[in-house]
Design a protein around this ligand. Structure first.
Ligand code: HSE
Length: 428
């Protein structure tokens, strides 16, 4: 008789019940594809009595996820509890130490402890898989680590927080101010328990640093990622960007240059007619560029029960097929610690300023740009509000350091009534 692959699932929220449903509803198909049956030995969650709409009567229950992770009848510990530390980390470490494979959707845990956990998995000769942690249902880790393994990856970009993309889309299409679009996302249940994880760019940056590790062979380094959330984006920015032919997205960019590894998660302007510019609502998109393949664009649901469970089951099935891969695409010990770098690539920039309406202000602004060697492509001043004149500049391609110098110089003049913002214009 063929031995089944036995799962222990910790966390029975939306994703956990989705995994139970797929394993149950597609049992025959999965057996054919994986060459052995896949079963669920035991589960664990915060509340045993809660009705989750799935029948768990024939499945063992553990209150303690560490106990679940180390059970003799568990081959694969499926960690769907979430949280960077606490029970998720304790149970994952326990599972690896006990020689169990681990499949997780936990981006925060891996962004903070990825290297240690990868080393533990590889020294135990087991899999630690995390497809569901990055861009939900999009099989991006598989594409990067397997399909594109023959490429030197040059750049990875992505819109990987559906909630932010929903908010920005609603601001644009319904003309809602940020606060109203944020409240709407909350009412629809899109926001994380700590909304700053979404709108502060943290959740998306967790995903980006995992992709960077796989793409560039580097140790996961969340602390060096540069983050800026979407809270400073006004409806006027969105309207002005549209007039200029762009849309604003919370865009992650990871690139390896001579100075080191850039990992930025910041609002940026992308051309309206580009794949990223056409991305609506809660959908995710990841763009990967490799030296042989060119550009690959992946688009799909970044969250939700079906898509995230689909990614979890994809990882489980690799294990059922007997496939074992290094956690981040190459041996953990060979991952290098990259020097963190700010973007060295030249790009056009959108600079939005609110300037005091007095003589000489624009001349000083032009002086600051000239001093920094930044050339203006387009400049417009809109109708005044009180004593403050909204000015938007689009620059010719310039390095980030020069734009920083411009912003500093403007701040020093005292001409700005609110802090200026500069958003990169990313062509693709
Ligand atoms: N909160 C995330 C999003 C999903 O809005 O995309 C989980 O990472």
């Amino acid at each position: 008789m063929i031995r089944p692959l036995r799962l222990g699932i910790a966390g029975l929220g939306t994703v956990g019940t989705g995994v139970v449903n797929i394993i149950r509803n597609h049992a025959g198909m999965l057996q054919l594809r994986g060459t052995c049956p896949v079963g669920i030995s035991a589960v664990s969650a915060r509340s045993k009595s809660r009705n989750r709409g799935v029948d768990l009567s024939g499945t063992a229950w553990e209150d303690d996820p560490v106990a679940l992770a180390t059970r003799d009848d568990v081959d694969v510990f499926v960690e769907l509890m979430g949280g960077a530390d606490g029970p998720a980390l304790a149970a994952t470490k326990a599972a690896l130490a006990a020689g169990k494979h681990v499949v997780t959707a936990n981006k925060a845990m891996l962004a903070h402890h990825g290297q240690t956990l990868a080393e533990a998995a590889e020294s135990a000769s087991v899999n630690l898989r995390f497809e569901a942690a990055v861009a939900g249902g999009i099989p991006v880790i598989k594409v990067l680590a397997e399909g594109l393994v023959g490429n030197r990856i040059t750049r990875i970009m992505g819109v990987m927080n559906g909630t932010c993309n929903y908010i920005l889309t609603r601001m644009e299409t319904a003309g809602l101010p940020y606060e109203e679009a944020f409240a709407e996302a909350g009412a629809l249940g899109f926001l994380e328990a700590d909304p700053n994880l979404d709108v502060g760019g943290i959740d998306a940056a967790h995903k980006l640093v995992l992709l960077a590790a796989v793409g560039f062979g580097t140790r996961v380094d969340f602390a060096s990622a540069e983050l800026q959330g979407i809270g400073t984006i006004s409806i006027e920015d969105i309207e002005t960007a549209a007039e200029l032919g762009y849309r604003i997205k919370l865009l992650g960019v990871a690139a390896m240059g001579d100075a080191g590894l850039e990992q930025t998660m910041m609002p940026a302007l992308v051309p309206c007619n580009s794949p990223l510019g056409r991305l609506e609502g809660g959908t995710n998109m990841v763009v990967i560029e490799g030296d042989s393949v060119g550009q690959v664009v992946l688009r799909g649901a970044g969250a939700g029960q079906g898509p995230t469970a689909s990614a979890v089951v994809g990882d489980v099935m690799d294990i059922a097929r007997g496939i074992r891969l290094p956690v981040f695409g190459q041996a953990a010990a060979s991952l290098v610690k990259a020097e963190p770098a700010r973007s060295s690539a030249r790009s056009a920039w959108y600079i939005r300023l609110a300037l005091r309406d007095r003589a000489g202000t624009l001349a000083r602004l032009a002086g600051a740009l000239s001093e920094a060697g930044v050339s203006i492509d387009r400049l417009r001043q809109k109708a005044h509000a009180n004593d403050s004149a909204p000015v938007v500049i689009v620059t010719h391609p310039a390095r980030r350091t020069r734009i920083d110098a411009v912003l500093e110089a403007i701040s020093a003049t005292g001409d700005a009534t609110t802090p200026p913002i500069a958003l990169r214009i990313v062509e693709m």
